[in-house]
Design a protein. Structure first.
Length: 126
């Protein structure tokens, strides 16, 4: 099993614990902070709100893209608290993966009864 796969299981486990304690209906920013606390308790390294510049014809443009979490410099985590995950959310995560050069991303929607129904792994073919 790759380091990314092991991390994804750990991230999902941490998110399930957050969801078990908080339930649905909170703001995305609350889930982000709670997940960071849970990752920290598990000694899993992460960065929050990581800026991603766009390279346009050799010019780096800071246009406001931010990954919610970058875990152990390997896995991009995009959090949502919406009624339904849409294809645009998956496209957003795939864009972050491409711009950052990362292979694995996890899209999580905390606004569901069972968190496992709100999780989608996205792989960048690089």
């Amino acid at each position: 099993m790759s380091r990314e796969d092991i991390l994804s299981h750990e991230i999902i486990s941490a998110a399930i614990e957050v969801h078990r304690c908080t339930g649905p209906g909170m703001l995305e920013s609350v889930y982000e902070q709670c997940l960071c606390v849970e990752l920290g308790k598990r000694n899993i390294g992460f960065e929050r709100q990581v800026r991603i510049p766009v390279n346009y014809k050799g010019c780096m443009i800071n246009c406001g893209y931010r990954m919610d979490l970058l875990v152990d410099d390997l896995v991009v985590v995009e959090l949502k608290a919406v009624s339904t995950l849409e294809r645009i959310h998956e496209a957003q995560l795939l864009t972050y993966l491409k711009l950052s050069g990362k292979r694995l991303g996890i899209l999580m929607n905390f606004n569901v009864v069972l968190l496992r129904n709100g999780i989608k792994r996205v792989v960048n073919g690089l």
